[in-house]
Design a protein around this ligand. Structure first.
Ligand code: SRM
Ligand code: SF4
Length: 573
């Protein structure tokens, strides 16, 4: 496409969500009233769409759905609530508030998400306001944790590079705050802020988003090589820190990543962001803002499944979008700098940081923080939070770093870690330590199959195979989702299983261990037995035939087992 091409958004009737946003008076709708309505635990669909912008979804417990239908009862409605936690960093005081809220108003558990924050499930409508107010009292909020806006801004949690971490963390916070919607709707609905008469035009304008917000969600993350823990190429907008002499001198900018697709629909596909250039650190705010406005203006507002920025770029062309961005910025990107990623998982265990402080990365299976019988994970973390003076870092691989532990408290925290059996995963195979699963059943309304509740049991079986083949310490990323929306970034799993129907999954192979190549479908609609027997064949071959240092994802391609996906547009080929 030429430089003088006139950019246009796809035509077509706007989707119903566009109408809802348009009529919502900047995300208010009738939320204030319906939350207080005492008869149903649910809320109308239009308001539920708006709830997302406030960090929440109406769900129902799917384990109870059929029984309640039989009894002619309304579904077991409950809300999920997601906190905005840029960079995943939380204080011990904030941990304790979340822990307590999960007990009192939630289902007793916390979920560490793949975007390094907490989700609570099972909140009844009557308890939503109190929950959000308590979260607010600990200086957190849930604004824009979901919805057609910029979401939680990620940054590498890597404890090995403490100075650089604090710098990227500051950037993630600043970006997240600067890109928030400006409407006061959240404050009025949840925090009882008085609406100031006549302030509509002053208060309610959204200078960046406009009244219709974005066509779809938008995600930003900052990675610090050699760690690609945040899967920077899966972000709509990714920043790759370039470090010289231990300091960040700027960022490579990558645009157009995303994981979601729909089974059997070739117009949808996961895609990886492409690097378009380099910018100095202080420019990342304007790069983010202008990129978002391009998606605001040219994204598809008619067909939501084709509305993500990745499709806007693939439709208009990468060069065209880059030119448009440079035009809006009024300056040009420098040439991208060299960088090298080595892995996209977490590094577990103890690491010494700056000023005699320590970090301990804990393995949390699929991010679920709960007391599991004898294994009192939630209680253990609560006891640690009571004495910890550093912070907790929630990672994008659903784990937790107890960060900045002083030398004085290291002994006590070590005792608590031992007492409660908390683990850096040393008892497990490296494959389990490299696993992720999305929530799926029973809360996710879109799940087609189990994920979080099934993957640990499946890995029990795979671990036997891994052991038989001498692969216990071989890191192989394995990711499971209950549907192809991609919440555990399955497109980047060396082995991935995406739910197709109850007990059935599509299996994908061939992603790169450093998160730089997508995988491809290997088997369709297979059940547990077939998954295990396929993996037995593949892992046995890998055990025998791999080259030194060769990762599983590369092995299956070199061996001709699967064709490499070189771009999202050939994911289905
Ligand atoms: Fe997600 C929708 C859970 C990360 C792609 N995601 C959902 C919903 C809200 C289901 C719904 O719309 O009704 C799920 C709620 C389940 C529940 O019961 O809690 C849900 N997504 C999650 C979490 C909790 C998975 C987890 O186990 O950690 C993650 C929360 C992240 C956060 O804290 O913000 C989560 N979702 C992701 C990611 C990974 C990421 O962002 O790094 C992706 C893929 C990346 C991407 O966006 O392309 C992702 N979620 C989706 C999609 C597909 C979007 C698309 O482009 O097609 C949906 C469905 C949708 O938006 O229509 C979705
Ligand atoms: Fe739900 Fe699908 Fe996301 Fe899993 S991948 S949480 S099943 S939307």
């Amino acid at each position: 496409m030429g430089e003088d091409q006139v950019l246009t958004a796809p035509g077509g009737k706007p989707s119903d969500v566009e109408r809802i946003k348009d009529e919502s008076h900047f995300l208010r709708g009738t939320l204030k009233e319906v939350i207080e309505e005492p008869i149903s635990l649910g809320i109308p669909e239009d308001d539920n769409r708006l709830m997302k912008f406030h960090g929440s979804y109406l769900q129902d417990d799917r384990d109870l759905r059929t029984e309640r239908q039989k009894q002619k009862l309304e579904p077991a409605y409950q809300f999920m609530l997601r906190v905005r936690l840029p960079g995943g960093v939380a204080t011990p005081a904030q941990w304790l508030v979340m822990d307590d809220l999960a007990e009192k108003n939630g289902n007793g558990t916390l979920k560490i998400t793949t975007r390094q924050t907490w989700q609570m499930h099972g909140i009844l409508k009557w308890n939503m306001k109190e929950t959000i107010q308590k979260i607010h009292s600990t200086l957190l909020d849930t604004i824009a944790a979901c919805g057609d806006v910029n979401r939680n801004v990620l940054c590498s949690s890597n404890p090995y590079q403490s100075e650089v971490h604090s710098e990227v963390y500051e950037w993630s916070k600043r970006l997240s705050n600067a890109l928030l919607p400006k409407t006061r709707a959240y404050h009025e609905i949840w925090l009882d802020e008085e609406k100031v008469a006549g302030s509509k035009e002053m208060d309610d304008t959204e200078p960046m988003y406009g009244p219709l917000y974005l066509p779809r969600k938008f995600k930003i993350g900052i990675a610090v090589p050699p760690s690609n823990d945040i899967d920077v190429f899966s972000q709509d907008l990714g920043f790759i820190a370039i470090i010289e002499g231990g300091r960040i001198i700027g960022f490579n900018v990558a645009i157009g990543g995303g994981m979601g697709s729909s089974h059997g629909d070739k117009t949808t596909y996961p895609q990886l962001a492409k690097v378009i250039g380099f910018c100095p650190p202080e420019k990342i705010y304007e790069v983010s803002e202008k990129t978002i406005t391009i998606q605001r203006d040219y994204g598809n507002r008619s067909v939501r499944k084709n509305a993500r920025f990745k499709y806007t770029i693939d439709r208009l062309g990468l060069e065209t979008v880059k030119n448009e961005l440079e035009q809006r910025l009024g300056w040009k990107f420098e040439e991208a700098r060299a960088f090298q990623f080595e892995y996209n998982g977490d590094r577990y265990g103890w690491v010494k940081g700056l000023e005699d402080k320590w970090h301990f990365t804990l393995f949390i299976q699929n991010g679920r923080v709960a007391d599991f019988g004898e294994y009192k994970l939630k209680t253990g973390l609560r006891e640690i939070a009571k004495i910890h003076t550093g912070e907790f870092r929630l990672t994008t691989n659903q784990n937790i770093i107890i960060a900045n532990i002083t030398s004085q408290s290291k002994e006590k925290i070590t005792e608590l870690i031992k007492k409660y059996g908390l683990t850096d995963g040393e008892y497990y195979s490296a494959l389990r330590r490299s696993s992720m699963a999305c929530v799926a059943l029973p809360t996710c309304g879109l799940a087609m199959a189990e994920s979080e509740r099934f993957l640990p049991k499946l890995i029990d079986k795979i671990e036997t195979i891994v052991d038989e083949n001498g692969l216990r310490e071989k890191e192989i990323t394995i990711r499971m989702t209950g549907c192809p929306n991609g919440c555990a970034r399955p497109g980047l799993g060396e082995i991935a299983l995406m739910g197709k129907a109850s007990g059935k999954y599509n299996m994908y192979l061939g992603a790169a261990f450093d998160g730089s190549r997508l995988n491809k479908m290997y088997r369709e609609n297979i059940g547990e037995d077939e998954i295990v027997s396929e993996l037995r064949l593949l892992l046995t071959r890998y055990g025998k035939e791999r080259l030194e240092g060769e990762h599983f994802g590369d092995f299956v391609i070199r061996s001709g087992i699967i064709k490499a996906t070189t771009d999202g547009t050939n994911f289905h080929d």
